[in-house]
Design a protein around this ligand. Structure first.
Ligand code: PLP
Length: 376
């Protein structure tokens, strides 16, 4: 049995990615910026990996900057855009972004950020975007492609089209989309954030796709690597492993999505058989095939986590924990959850190889935990 249901937090390294990492580390561990022959080979391999990633994302390889992950990509982008933005420029975003978007945005654009309306379906309201784009001095629209908490898929293609029609750059943090859904159209976006460990690659590697091949990025200073856009010795083995992981998953995605969507439905049905009233957050909207966020019938979610962990299942309380600590609850409140519900929310996120029997075992374990609570 595979009891791991926290794939939105991080994923195990795919065997092909591990092999790729080991081979790259053995043969091409040299400094890719070194001026000797071995450095040149490493640099060539790095740029080949960039080309391969460009093909998967549908963008020019030269637009890709390799980073340490999505958090760095988001921080780097907003830092750099803020340096260039006019004082009157504003940014449109949403209340359900990951903290690595929300916090640097707040730090660099402070009161110059406006949030789009999030509908109960978990999707952002396109009408509110169309309306807000009419206001002058919009420097950027940033909207995640898929939400890490409830899995809501955002209408990024429509948002991009609206932004393009107004000549306003569009960024998407696609960390939860890439590796789960086809990514070859994402390259149309002006800026894209991605993270290797969300799709079977190693931790500590990711990327930022920039609008222009020549556009500068000033966040990590101290060396001319990545075309002068990101200082620090290039991590070719991790880049190779990340790109290999995505190449491995991409052709399988349609099949996986079809099977897993069915498993997800069966899991929800199994929960409902026990508790007819179970509330799935953002249930009406389009959703990632692996993610369900729901309100448990009773007890604090930390108790659920502990009891499920004792039974061999790893699930998450998503952002509920941090939300309650500072008294606010941006993401879950925007998704329509009450403070009471936030304490009882669980996020379950499966993986590419999660079997129906794993989902059903989790549903059984939840029933068992509930009986435990009722008995105590
Ligand atoms: N953005 C989103 C949407 C995420 O889900 C995460 C991780 O949870 C991140 C950014 C941060 O990713 P990383 O660990 O690569 O910095």
């Amino acid at each position: 049995m595979n009891g791991y249901f926290d794939y939105n937090a991080t994923t195990p390294l795919l065997p092909v990615a591990q092999e790729a990492w080991i081979e790259a580390s053995a043969k091409h561990w040299y400094n890719a910026s070194g001026l000797y022959r071995e450095g040149g080979f490493t640099n060539r391999k790095l740029n080949e990996a960039r080309e391969r990633l460009g093909e998967l994302l549908g963008c020019e390889a030269e637009r890709i900057v390799f980073t340490s992950g999505a958090t760095e990509s988001n921080n780097a982008l907003f830092y750099s855009l803020a340096q260039l933005a006019k004082p009157e420029s504003t940014v449109l975003s949403s209340a359900i972004e990951h903290p690595s978007v929300r916090e640097p945005l707040r730090s660099h654009f402070a009161n110059r950020i406006e949030h789009l309306v999030t509908l109960p379906s978990g999707q952002v309201d396109l009408d509110s975007l169309a309306e807000k784009l009419k206001t002058p001095h919009r420097a950027l629209v940033t909207m995640m492609a898929a939400n890490n908490e409830c899995g809501a898929l955002q209408p990024w293609r429509e948002m991009l089209a609206l932004c393009k029609s107004m000549d306003i750059p569009f960024h998407t943090d696609a960390s939860q989309w890439i590796g789960k859904l086809p990514a070859h159209e994402l390259g149309e976006c002006d800026y894209i954030t991605g993270s290797g460990h969300k799709f079977g690659g190693p931790k500590g590697v990711g990327f930022l796709v920039m609008k222009e091949e020549t556009e500068t990025l000033h966040f990590m200073r101290g060396g001319p690597q990545e075309g002068g856009r990101r200082a620090g010795t290039e991590n070719y083995p991790s880049v190779e492993a990340m790109v290999t992981a995505l190449e491995c998953l991409t052709p399988q995605l349609d099949n996986i999505a079809a099977n897993q969507t069915n498993y997800r439905q069966q899991f929800i049905a199994a929960l409902r058989k026990e508790w007819s009233e179970v509330r799935v957050i953002a249930e009406q909207g389009e959703c990632l095939w692996n993610t369900i966020m729901f309100v448990t019938p009773r007890q604090d979610n930390r108790k659920w986590l502990a009891r499920l962990s004792q039974r061999g299942f790893q699930v998450s309380n998503g952002s509920a924990c941090s939300a309650l600590k500072d008294g606010s609850s941006t993401v879950l409140a925007a998704l329509g959850a009450s403070v009471e519900e936030m304490r009882q929310v669980l996020r379950v996120s499966g993986g590419w190889n999660t079997e129906l029997s794993d989902w059903m075992a989790l549903a059984d374990a939840m029933k068992d935990v509930l009986n435990d609570f009722d008995a105590s």
